[in-house]
Design a protein around this ligand. Sequence first.
Ligand code: FES
Ligand SMILES: [Fe+2]
Length: 438
Amino acid sequence: MFEGRALVNDDLERGVFRVHRSAMSSQQVWERERERVFHKCWIYVGHDSEVDKPGDFFRRDVLGHSMFVTRGQDGEVRCFYNTCPHRGATVCREDRGNAKRFTCFYHAWTFDGTGDLVTLPDEDGYGADFDRSERCLTGPPRFEQYRGFWFMSFNPEVVPLDEYLAGAKEYIDLVVDQAEDGMRVVGGSNQYQIGANWKLLCENSVDGYHGQPVHQTYFAYIHGLGGGVQTGDPLLPMGPKQLGNGHVVIEGEAPYARPIARWDPLFGEDAKEDIEAIRARIFGTYDELKAKRMCDTIRLMVVFPNLVINDITAITIRYIDPIAHDRMNVSAWALAPKEEEGDRLARRIDSYLTFIGPAGFATPDDVEALESCQRGFKAVPDAGYSDISRGMKQIPEGQHELQMRAFWRAWAAYMDEVPVPPVMSLPECSGALVGARA
Ligand code: FES
Ligand SMILES: [Fe+2]
């Protein structure tokens, strides 16, 4: 039983949505989704600021494929499979750096930043028909960026990135437009491993339901310091949304503070003038609703399948690299405006690490929640079902799980090689008891 829709029971008549847990506990399902989901979609690789200058490079693992990205001396950013065309050795052996040329350590074939083979020892020994241009570094068939976020695809037929991102672009804009001169990844990253299926982290990233039970320690800490003041402004968008193609987001005022463009008592009187100045610039630049959203709401978004962008206590890029059905590597970076330095940057990094850093208030608790689910899947012989039906039939104000169902519906469609269903309006169930906003 590997087909997507056989594992995802989506009963619009009865208001039942449940996922068979073998979707997360079966190695065979994982092998199928590598091929049918990950090898068909766009996959995030890295941020433009990681290759800011010609020669900059970074290395990244994507589903067991070692890749590296570099900006050539011509200013173009390219993505290569990290394997030598000669005998296959790893060409780029450092995680990041700057190099005009990449010399393979095995026999010293040397490539420039465009991937061309530029020198090799004893070239004369190869004879007249040896053609260097046939021995260049190669890369994935598609590599495109949206506002500094670079994605690759193993699928030459994939739709253009711009079309694939659909409604997610608006939310990337809300993040990137907070800067005057673009965003940059703050130096360094957090790397950790979670003993759980990768989809559990996607679900968790847009799951407002778990916030109070799992993160109450943090909320109590923030409120104890006088922070987390909310405006209750009815104009602010609240709740989950589907963004098309399986991308989903939750947005709203959070019970914690962001040191970005709204002062909160938590940050102290000393920071007030500076934060108000950032706020004034944003309100002076954008229309009122967009400015309010940038300053006063948070966003947690999954770009299907495995990129999470959190614009919460700080802005975080989380890249999920599944390595087995029950294990994933997570890389996380803080994103900040290029112009941000000094106290502003220190406030952001402090806020980032306090909540979503690997030793922050949130991440260890979330990791335990995910790993406990994965352990729990083994408790029942046939693994059983997970329920994701909240709000399918009757919707308490702002509280439903349509965003998770949209993620799973996209996953099931990819697994069955059928089109992803369009964005659905709420409530999905034909026998709905209570209507609500979409
Ligand atoms: S394997 Fe790279 S030069 Fe031989
Ligand atoms: Fe959480």
